[in-house]
Design a protein around this ligand. Structure first.
Ligand code: GLA
Length: 383
């Protein structure tokens, strides 16, 4: 894939491009906790967005999407482009300029093998790849953490999703064989080995594109914030759900609407599940960790209500299959993938079973994606 992107650049814009990569991510546990300033446990994967790029000395930048086979010319000092995919690049440039960067016009070609719309954060991979590339190319001096914020703010200000920082952080900080426990309040992180012997991490795509995701996502965020605001009226020093305990939530339950209560309860429990899960990882207890993944799915489905019938269907089969240690919907929800932690010995039979039962129920066969935990954003040398 990387050579294809590089060669496409050469064909369109000539020689001399530099090539960069930034990966998609999985999240083992800790969903919808990042913007509530809790914990997440993502990892970068071995699937990337590649960006070939070179300054062009012109007024406009020329951007080419390899997957959409479309080129647009964009004045980075002018209006936002029409195409959403171009807005990701335009947004990153604007966010860098706000922070004092000087960026001359450039040509770029991008594409990769992160499946689109499957909840693997192809958009964060693109923002991170472009951010990392511009930072290196123009010597801008941003840290990886600043690049993650630049990507996140691109989503807020140019795409309209008030997302947390998990996806961009994972794409920039990922390391082979490691999951990242990120504290989304302090942005301190710890790397944990994730090498379950005899197990595989497999994604099963519900084949539902998460189109509701951006609008409902923002609604969930507001509902959680509304719950926090009620508690904050009574308890000093409450700034986010991170500061709220179940006891506080229960004390002021009657003053908030039922939905806000449920959303907040889910987040408090999910943070607990994650912290307990990490303790289990330290001991190599993947069975216990898997139980927490199932618990996370339950919460996402019933309390946070971001699942859908297809995801629940898959998670339910997982729950009742021996050798599936854990499974849960992953990412923003309303579609995308179920992440499974499965014993090698039963994996093929389990996947066949899910495929045939899903097909019987929904008339199509879900795709399955095996992932290996890989490295974060980097420059790529082409021989
Ligand atoms: C999306 C967002 C993340 C995070 C997840 C849910 O992937 O981009 O910031 O909130 O949803 O955990």
């Amino acid at each position: 894939m990387n050579t294809r992107i590089f060669n496409e650049f050469k064909k369109r814009f000539g020689a001399g491009a530099q090539l960069y990569a930034s990966p998609g991510r999985v999240n083992l546990i800790g969903e919808h906790t990042d913007y509530n300033l809790g914990f997440v446990l993502p990892a970068a994967i071995d699937k990337n967005i590649y960006v070939a790029i070179k300054p062009n000395g012109a007024t406009n930048s020329r951007l080419y999407s390899y997957d959409y086979e479309m080129e647009v010319s964009v004045d980075m000092n002018g209006e936002k482009p029409e195409q959403q995919w171009a807005c990701y690049i335009y947004g990153v440039v604007q966010e860098m300029k706000k922070r004092g960067a000087k960026i001359d016009a450039f040509d770029c070609v991008f594409g990769g093998d992160v499946p689109l719309g499957a909840g693997l954060s192809s958009s964060a991979a693109l923002e991170s790849a472009v951010g990392y590339a511009l930072n290196d190319l123009y010597g801008l001096g941003f840290s990886r953490q600043e690049l993650a914020k630049i990507g996140q703010m691109t989503e807020h200000n140019y795409i309209g999703v008030r997302c947390g920082i998990m996806d961009q952080f994972a794409s920039l900080f990922g390391q082979k064989g490691r999951v990242i426990r990120l504290d989304c309040r302090s942005l301190e992180y710890e790397l944990f080995p994730f090498e379950p012997q005899g197990c595989r991490v497999v994604l099963i795509d519900s084949m539902v594109k998460h189109s509701l995701a951006s609008s409902e996502y923002n609604v969930r965020r507001s509902q959680a914030e509304a719950g926090v605001a009620v508690v904050a009226k009574h308890v000093p020093g409450i700034e986010s759900l991170r500061d709220v305990t179940m006891e506080m939530l229960d004390t002021y339950k009657n003053e908030m609407d039922a939905l806000s209560y449920r959303r907040c309860a889910y987040v408090i429990h999910e943070n607990q599940r994650l912290l307990e899960g990490c303790e289990a990882l330290k001991k190599g207890d993947y069975e216990f960790f898997g139980e927490k993944m199932f618990g996370s799915h339950e919460g996402l489905s019933r309390e946070y209500e971001v699942s859908c019938a297809e995801l629940d269907f898959i998670a339910d089969i997982a729950r009742h299959t021996d050798g599936v240690l854990g499974a849960r919907m992953m990412g923003g929800g309303f579609g995308g993938c179920v992440i499974n932690l499965v014993k090698e010995s039963v994996c093929d039979a389990y996947l066949d079973d899910v495929k045939s039962r899903f097909n019987h129920q929904y008339g199509q066969t879900p795709r399955t994606i095996s992932v290996v935990i890989g490295d974060g954003a980097r420059r790529v040398e082409i021989e």
